[in-house]
Design a protein around this ligand. Sequence first.
Ligand code: SF4
Length: 349
Amino acid sequence: MPAPPCASCHEARAALRRPRSGLALCGACFCAAFEAEVLHTVEAGRLLPPGAVVAVGASGGKDSTVLAHVLRELAPRLDVSLRLVAVDEGIGGYRDAALAAVRRQAARWELPLTVVAYADLFGGWTMDAVARSTAGSGRSRACCTFCGVLRRRALEEGARLVGATHIVTGHNADDMAETVLMNFLRGDAGRLARGGGLGSPGEGGALPRCRPLQLASQKEVVLYAHFRRLDYFSEECVYAPEAFRGHARDLLKLLEAARPSAVLDLVHSAERLALHPAAQPPPPGACSRCGALASRPLCQACALLDGLNRGRPRLAIGKGRRGLDEEAPREPEREGGPALASSRTVPTF
Ligand code: SF4
């Protein structure tokens, strides 16, 4: 049976059914609708003011590739300029190929690209060195926890290097729903209450961040990349199979099979959550090491690096974190870790 006509242009044959609405569209009309929806998200949420210099967190994967492409299409209308900022976490057998994809995109789309590396920013630590250091400590499954905190800091540094006023990341609706589920499963009420909305306004001197694809489903991100013939890197990080996020993803798939609106329901639920006044944490202050926003004496990144430099990564996350805030730093135990170029154990950001 031939495909039905496109429900938008009524000329071409439909090439897909939109997963949420069921609307049958041709590839061109779907891409136009997708771009219009991202534009609406940005304009309605006032995410990027005219004149903004926008650092796009570019990983080479489908989400950031689609984000960069869509924003490049929308840039004249939004009156913003774009810079690609990629983070090299130092993951052998994975990141080099992903960075090659980012370099191809930057060349094809004529966008300036800056790459910042964990090894340069964090006193020689790469993710591979972190993984070696955490192996056997009972925290080896927490690589993504370390990586997420360090990458956030690295992206901020890269964005400042290129003179950006705003940071955008490619998180889609499925990513955000997984994050909500993970925070529920961990009982992390503070993160749940802070995780709503389309980004953060830039507290404590940090650059404002937003997620223009947050309302787009992963399926549609993949479809957009397909119809626009985008070149992206699709292999999974070598540490991803260990991540807790994988369990949240499996659970989300089961929920979505039973209730197709589950992904967006979870995303919007985070927007409506608020902590009871009695459960509110104290207002954040500044990290005593680097000055970044912190709810404890050390910000998360400095605490993680401190634990790694002491050869005690298990202290860096969870309840043991208290020890790091209270103990005086001592000479790092380097076994399994990288050799530092200087005696500085925690970098200045
Ligand atoms: Fe980092 Fe984990 Fe992502 Fe790998 S999967 S890049 S370790 S956050």
